[in-house]
Design a protein around this ligand. Sequence first.
Ligand SMILES: Cc1cc2nc3c(=O)[nH]c(=O)nc-3n(C[C@H](O)[C@H](O)[C@H](O)COP(=O)(O)O)c2cc1C
Length: 236
Amino acid sequence: MKVLGISGSPTKNSNTDTLIKTILEATGAETEFFKLSDIKVVPCIACMKCVSTNECILNDDFKWLSKKVMEADAIVVGSSTFYGAASAFTKAFIERLYSKRHVKLLTGGKIAATVAVGVAAEKMVAEWLGNALRAGGMEIVGSMTAKGTPCCFVCGPGESCHYTVWNAYSKELTGMDFGVGEAYKEYLEILPDNKPYAHGSARFLKSYRSVKDEPSVMAEAERIGKLIKERIKSRN
Ligand SMILES: Cc1cc2nc3c(=O)[nH]c(=O)nc-3n(C[C@H](O)[C@H](O)[C@H](O)COP(=O)(O)O)c2cc1C
């Protein structure tokens, strides 16, 4: 039983990495974990050379990584949320999986789970990632999201910046309620004089958010790992 974890988060030991690794461990299977930022997987160039061969002609680490995807009983793919979307590392990997779809749908039936971590828009990433893997015929047995550390906590001017992520995702600017203030209430106090894109005013109560401090989030990762284990067993 082999389960492969692929992280599209470029941050070392990130929350995305932690959740993927927790899922892998809970499967009790033989596992491998790769960070796309540590290897080279470039975007699809739409040459369509893979149409008849199901092999991508681009010469980079996707060559061996795709073999591992094909050999695995299940894969766990995770991404950070960048500009309301998956990271470019994740996007490039998903695009390259296109080579396995043509005619034969080689990834059809593969068991998969997804992880998305962000400040406000991680659900959008989770939805996209699930749909992308489903398009490859994969069966998504679990999908989870978690809140991570806003870069604004660590960049320096975060407390007084007009353009912080919570201001960028504010109701005033987007017309939507991403609930950032509520989701980060133990971490961040947005002060009454804060005005998105005009005047930044906040106070950091904690400057790092780790999923390891959130038992319900870690329990969800373990639950997904166990689901993968059961699903693989029921197939064999
Ligand atoms: C370039 C960049 C863009 C970002 N854009 C968004 C965004 O649009 N929405 C969001 O929710 N978080 C955004 N973030 C915040 C990250 O999603 C957040 O830091 C998250 O914790 C990353 O997960 P990771 O640490 O597991 O990689 C952005 C971060 C970076 C570096």
